[in-house]
Design a protein around this ligand. Structure first.
Ligand code: GTR
Length: 425
């Protein structure tokens, strides 16, 4: 049985290698020159009975809710009610992690959607220095055992996860590092701790699994009555999980609820960006290679199309989104609206030159348009001149490195520089 699982894991990784090989390496390198077109529609222009947005109040009271409703009804679906997370347990696993520099804790929450209850685990690595500490809250596409491979971090029997998470053996792990970079699973914890940040790991697949079969079943089972923005979808529910973990952080003495930065890569970059857009308690977001359904524009027809993403991952989005397949030009919105909802809070959009699939240039255009909202709300406008112009002190920052889809040291070093600027005391 174990050997079958192992073979399945190897096969899954080889398939991923082939997909990534075709979808990133095989595609032409992305130029660092910005697109010249402006994303449509203009986020601030008059629309119907709505006048031109001129003030921060115009934005906050009318236009931001308009775009929020648009994105939920067309892309992400209804977000579950904000029922406070209930603490089931909160314990220290060890105070002697990373050569005594950090404490590892295990938090177990009960999350409620209608009549359904879910267990959500979060593990925190917290510096052994006086707090409260700012927290990088990282969403994993695999269970926490992958993100924090330490004794005492466990995954319950029955929690489902994709085959490629079967990487407890060195071959799979080396393959994953080779394909997706050294930090694809575990971030550079020592460095994070040395910069004074805590790191929290959670796997939102504990609520909605990332699977077309079990994910769809879970979403179907929690469906209830008339849903304001259409059926639930995985990315929307995963973003809600981040907000429920915020509920917990607000009760913690060691973690600083005013300085919680969500971190997500790829699929969880989409859900982390959405969570930041919806929940103003979240102080900042690092959304790395979020692509389609994240920060990348769709109307420019570059990278992964709506048809491709909704066929492969139908559980990620509310069904309305698939209706735009091949009809991107007809969309009454684009993803710059999502980016703008983070304003004026710090947001870093990570990208790489061989990741045309995630459309770095479309992401840059989205940031440039959202920068107008940042400026309206009192932050500085987006001022990067080209994709290579990383500005660690920018509230809305864009980072671009050579290489493919994944997480490498060339990502974490700008991330930490940017985090220091905005969140260190
Ligand atoms: C890809 C998908 C992308 C991205 C990526 C990931 O297969 O097409 O949208 O989310 O998965 O999460 O690694």
């Amino acid at each position: 049985m174990r050997i079958l699982k192992w073979i399945a894991g190897i096969l899954a990784t080889i398939i991923i290698l082939a997909v990534v090989g075709c979808s990133t390496v095989g595609l032409p390198k992305v130029s660092a020159t910005p697109e010249t077109t402006r994303p449509q529609p203009d986020l601030l222009e008059p629309m119907g009975v709505m006048d031109q947005v001129r003030t921060a109040e115009d934005w906050t009271d009318e236009r931001a809710p308009f775009w929020r409703n648009m994105l939920l009804s067309q892309v992400y679906g209804t977000i579950p009610e904000p029922v406070q997370a209930e603490l089931l347990s909160d314990g220290v696993i060890t105070t002697d992690l990373l050569d005594g520099r950090a404490t590892l804790t295990a938090v177990r929450l009960k999350l409620t959607i209608g009549a359904h209850e879910f267990v959500q685990d979060v593990h925190f690595v917290i510096p052994n220095t006086p707090g409260p500490h700012p927290v990088i809250l990282g969403a994993g596409s695999c269970p926490n055992t992958m993100t924090l491979p330490f004794e005492g971090v466990t995954v319950d029997e029955g929690v489902s996860y994709p085959d490629y998470c079967e990487m407890s053996n060195p071959v799979m792990s080396s393959l994953a590092h080779f394909i997706f970079g050294r930090y694809i699973e575990t971030p550079p914890l020592e460095e994070i701790i040395d910069h004074g940040f805590a790191f929290g790991a959670y796997y939102p697949g504990m609520v909605v699994p990332d699977s077309t079969i079990t994910g769809m079943e879970a979403l179907g089972s929690i469906r209830q009555g008339t849903m304001e923005h259409g059926p639930y979808a995985a990315i929307g529910v995963w973003s809600w999980v981040a907000s429920r973990i915020m509920d917990y952080v607000e009760t913690s003495d060691t973690l600083d609820a005013e300085r919680v930065i969500l971190f997500g890569h790829s699929r969880t970059a989409k859900s982390s960006l959405l969570a930041g857009a919806l929940d103003e308690r979240i102080a900042g977001v690092i959304s790395h290679q979020s692509g389609t359904g994240g920060a990348a524009l769709q109307k420019n027809n570059v990278g992964e199309s709506i048809e491709e993403i909704t066929e492969t991952f139908p559980h990620w989005f509310t069904p309305t989104y698939a209706l735009y397949a091949g009809r991107e030009a007809d969309m009454p919105f684009d993803q710059h609206a999502l980016v703008s909802l983070m304003a004026p809070r710090p947001l870093l959009l990570g990208n790489s030159a061989r990741d045309r699939w995630a459309d770095p240039r479309g992401t840059f255009s989205a940031a440039r348009a959202a920068g107008e909202v940042y400026e309206l709300l009192g932050a500085e406008p987006f001022s990067a001149r080209n994709l290579n112009d990383f500005q660690p002190d920018a509230t809305l920052a864009f980072q671009f490195r050579p290489g493919t889809h994944g997480i490498t040291p060339e990502d974490w070093s700008p991330f930490l520089e940017w985090l220091d600027h905005h969140f260190s005391e």
